[in-house]
Write a protein that binds this ligand. Sequence first.
Ligand SMILES: C[S@@+](CC[C@H](N)C(=O)[O-])C[C@H]1O[C@@H](n2cnc3c(N)ncnc32)[C@H](O)[C@@H]1O
Length: 215
Amino acid sequence: MNLIKSKKRVADHGEVFTPPWLVERMLDLVKGETERIDSRFLEPACGSGNFLVPILQRKLAAVELKFGKSDFEKRHYALLALMCAYGVELLADNIAECRANMLEVFADYLNLDETDELYHAASFVLSLNLVHGDAMTMRDTEGAPIRVVEWGYLGKGKFQRRDFRLDVLTGMASFSAEGSLFAHLGKHEIFTPTKIYPPMTVRDLAGGDILGGAA
Ligand SMILES: C[S@@+](CC[C@H](N)C(=O)[O-])C[C@H]1O[C@@H](n2cnc3c(N)ncnc32)[C@H](O)[C@@H]1O
C-alpha cells in the first residue's frame, strides 16, 4: 500500500497516510466507542479516510448485530452511524476521495445505488460532515467558520439537525477552565447551536443532495 502520494505533498502538507494495521490497533484502544452506533468521531486531518472508513465499518457491523433483521431500522441506524463520523481536510482531492470512500462502504452495506433516496441522503450528510477546510484556522475554503452538524435519530424515520461552530466547540475546555473569564457561564450558554432544524426524513435529506450538497 502507498502511504505517500508525492514527496512534494509530504513536504508541503505532511501527507503520510497511516497503514491499515496501525489504524486497527489504534481503534482497538477505543474499541467500545468504535462499536457504538452513535459515538461521534472527528478526524481533523482526515486524508482519504484511513480512520473514518474503518470506524464506519465497525459501526455498521454494530448496526447489523442490533438491527439486521429489520430493513427499516437497519437503513436508519446505518445512516445515523454515518452521521456520527466527521472530518476536516485541506486538500480537495483527499476530501473528495474521503467522501467517495465513505459513500461506497455505506452503499455496499445496504446494497444501494443512485436511484435510492438513502444514497442521496448519505451523500448530503457526507457533504456536511466531511469539510474541505483548514483544521488549524477552523475555517472552510470560503473563509467561513467550519460548521459541525450534530445529528440525532428521533425514531420513526426522523432525524434532528443542529449546527454548531467548530471553533466554539473546541474552545469549550478553556471556557470552563478554573479562573477563566468564562468559568462562571453554564455550558448551555456556550454550547448554543447556530441553527436548529425541524425534524427531517431520509427524503428531506436526499433533497439536500439533489439541490447541490452542503448548504
Ligand atoms: C499525515 S496525513 C494523515 C491522513 C490520515 N489522517 C491518515 O492517517 O491516513 C495528514 C493529512 O492532513 C491534511 N492536512 C494538512 N494540514 C491540514 C490542515 N491545516 N487542516 C486540515 N487538513 C490538513 C493533509 O492534506 C493530509 O491529508
